[in-house]
Design a protein around this ligand. Sequence first.
Ligand SMILES: Cc1ncc(COP(=O)(O)O)c(C=O)c1O
Length: 382
Amino acid sequence: MQKNDDFEFDKIIDRHNTNSLKWEKYALQDIIPLWVADTDFKVAPVIQAAIEARKDHAIYGYTRANRQSNQMVADYYQVKHGCQVEAEWVVWIPGVVASLSLAIRSLSKHHDQVLTPDIAYPYFHSTPLASGKQDNHLAMSYAQGRLRVDLEALEAHDAQAARVMLFCNPQNPGGAVYTQSELERIDSYCEANQLILVSDEIHADIILDKDKFHLPYLSVSDHALQNSITLGAASKAFNIAGLACSWAVIANPSIRQAFVNEMHGIVSEINPFGYTATLAALTHGEPWLTAMNSYLRANRDYLIAEFSLLPDIDMLPLESTFLAWLDVSKLQLDDPCKFFEKAGVGLSAGRDFNDANYLRLNFGCPRSVLENAMARIKTALS
Ligand SMILES: Cc1ncc(COP(=O)(O)O)c(C=O)c1O
């Protein structure tokens, strides 16, 4: 059994000059980038070995998933999340954001409303609009420090004849992991309003609380299974987002066919490295993932302890993801992001997620980098 130390999560790896979105933003500036959601960890050795073996073949033509790889995804749902998925329900696609758009376009008509969490990953708001629909925002709750769709408000919410509801579980930002009873209430609402739910579960395998577990929406009821699209990927948990590979699980054949039709002429084949890395992650990645989650848990706990010393910033006690959600409203800053950039720390602006009182901090990095960032934050506030 490999230990944390074997995976070198503490090691600082220079990512400059690699066209990294995260690092190039502040190239030539002394700003620690803790924004976009990829981590600064090297991939699991099993993934690197699989990519190297694939690279050695030296022919990188069009790549097509087969029944065997669909079955690996189905097995992953069975083993990891205890739910039944059939190989033929799996559709491969380069990215989850593309799937959000395809789902919206294939399931709703022009100018339809699309229900979406009010505070969410920015594409939850931009893809309905870019697809010619109107976004109909669902109120959120911060009760018990868990940012999630407000279920009382949802049950009273007028769905305005929308056909599609977008959903993020675990929730980004905020990292809440929805419980069985929360999911059941959402399913009942969808059934009452004849909604197809598109469940973005890209962060499903980054669970920090030991007593929490991810429940795929499709496992909640037969209605949920037959009236949903579940989006998954190894990209966040295994830090392979740049390799552009994900999947959709669609049990209902007519929804699946509509989705696949929408891909025609727009979505290209998945790339061979993303495919290889994803399969290696799903089949052999568990020891590395367990170690990464425990490293992230320690980083989260470190941050909670540090921010508890700073009365002007409140950090939400997240259950999942490596993305801390920080309430900076007490600081009354015109531009919180700029303020911390001047202090040498690059965070994501809460306004991009629709809550300008917050900033998002990506703690998927070596602890020493976080310590450096915290020292800068403290200096800026002192
Ligand atoms: C909730 C959520 N969905 C989707 C994505 C991006 O997915 P992809 O890169 O596969 O398009 C992210 C990236 O941070 C995310 O947080």
